[in-house]
Ligand binder design. Structure first.
Ligand code: SAM
Ligand code: SF4
Length: 320
């Protein structure tokens, strides 16, 4: 359906847990955050029911996220349930990759359409410095296994002051394996408010210096959230630059948190609680969701002074 600014909302990000096995500096404090009680998070049956209602309102693409989605048990069962919903054309996942290798066969079997793996460094020390866990080898193994079973794969990196010298090695790593690598500008949400991100321009300079200048890819679309470029060797590099290239005008997404809150915009605290509505009819839920979509804000104001009503939670609680 269209929101109040004529944007077609067709993409739903579902955070299925707020728990995570990493503590990335820009996302989680070193000691973690008190997790939601199991009783407070949506069951898979509840998520599937809601997804069916969302699909009736025009949602076509779903992405599972977290926290780390794969720390929750039996995710393939959820993927299977979502894939069976009429109107849902694709189900993707964003994962830190640690547990991915082990559940790949089931995920592929249930029809998962692809995975974005977050990878901020290919050097063990730097990875540890950023993610605070010594897990790089597991992630790299999962990437190899995903490639081996031909699951569509992309890499996500949040460039920051700790992995500055990893931008070129990461780009080479992705190029050698023919995996698109996307750089996501660090957003000032939660721990991200105190982290030091690199801009798209800084990353482009580093790649130009180490590998060569980037040129727009054939599918480069300046209005799209992720704009793709090619390295001289043909590597595909994307930029998702909420700060330096604001893309709210083309925003087509909404977010469901693990405890059942629907958020129409990442930056604002505003959300509606769908959990109590689960006792009501599908039509009542549909109307509440439609109202939230209609009142989706026009855009964020990252980079300007904070305002009352800005998001006070953390990225791990929202799902990125
Ligand atoms: N745990 C999974 C992962 O890391 O891929 C999924 C959840 S994580 C919140 C989703 C994405 O958000 C990751 O790619 C992560 O790097 C990104 N992210 C986390 N905090 C961020 C921030 N402050 N600004 C920009 N991206 C952020
Ligand atoms: Fe966990 Fe993902 Fe946040 Fe890192 S970015 S702490 S992996 S939720």
């Amino acid at each position: 359906m269209l929101d109040g600014y004529n944007r077609e909302i067709q993409y739903l990000r579902i955070s299925i847990t707020d728990r995570c096995d990493l503590r990335c500096r820009y996302c989680m404090p070193p000691g973690g955050v008190p997790p939601l009680r199991h009783a407070d998070i949506l069951s898979y049956e509840e998520i599937i029911r809601l997804a069916r209602i969302f699909s009736g309102l025009g949602i076509r693409k779903i992405r599972l996220t977290g926290g780390e989605p794969l720390v929750r048990q039996d995710v393939p069962r959820l993927v299977q349930g979502l894939k069976a919903i009429p109107g849902v054309e694709s189900v993707f996942m964003t994962s830190n990759g640690i547990l991915l290798g082990d559940c790949l066969p089931q995920l592929v079997q249930t029809g998962l359409d692809g995975v974005n793996v977050s990878l901020d460094a290919v050097d063990r020390e730097v990875y540890y410095q950023i993610c605070r866990r010594d897990c790089l080898q597991q992630v790299l193994r999962s990437i190899d296994r995903a490639l081996a079973c031909s699951l569509p794969l992309k890499l996500n990196c949040v460039p920051n002051r700790w992995n500055r010298r990893q931008i070129v090695p990461l780009t080479r790593y992705a190029m050698e394996r023919d995996i698109p690598l996307r750089f996501i500008e660090l957003m000032p949400i939660g721990e991200g408010k105190n982290a030091d991100g690199l801009s798209e321009a800084q990353v482009k300079d580093l790649i130009a210096e180490g590998i060569g200048p980037l040129t727009p890819a054939p599918d480069h679309d300046p209005a799209y959230k992720c704009r793709y470029f090619l390295t001289p060797g043909g590597g595909k590099i994307g930029f998702i630059s909420a700060l330096s290239h604001k893309f709210c005008r083309g925003c087509d997404r909404i977010r469901l948190t693990a405890n059942g809150f629907l958020k129409a915009c990442l930056q604002y605290d505003a959300r509606i609680d769908l959990k109590p509505l689960l006792r009501e009819t599908d039509e009542t839920i549909r109307q509440a969701i439609a109202e939230a979509i209609r009142s989706k804000p026009q855009g964020h104001h990252f980079g300007l002074s904070p305002k009352q009503g800005d998001e006070s939670g953390r990225m791990s609680q929202i799902g990125g």
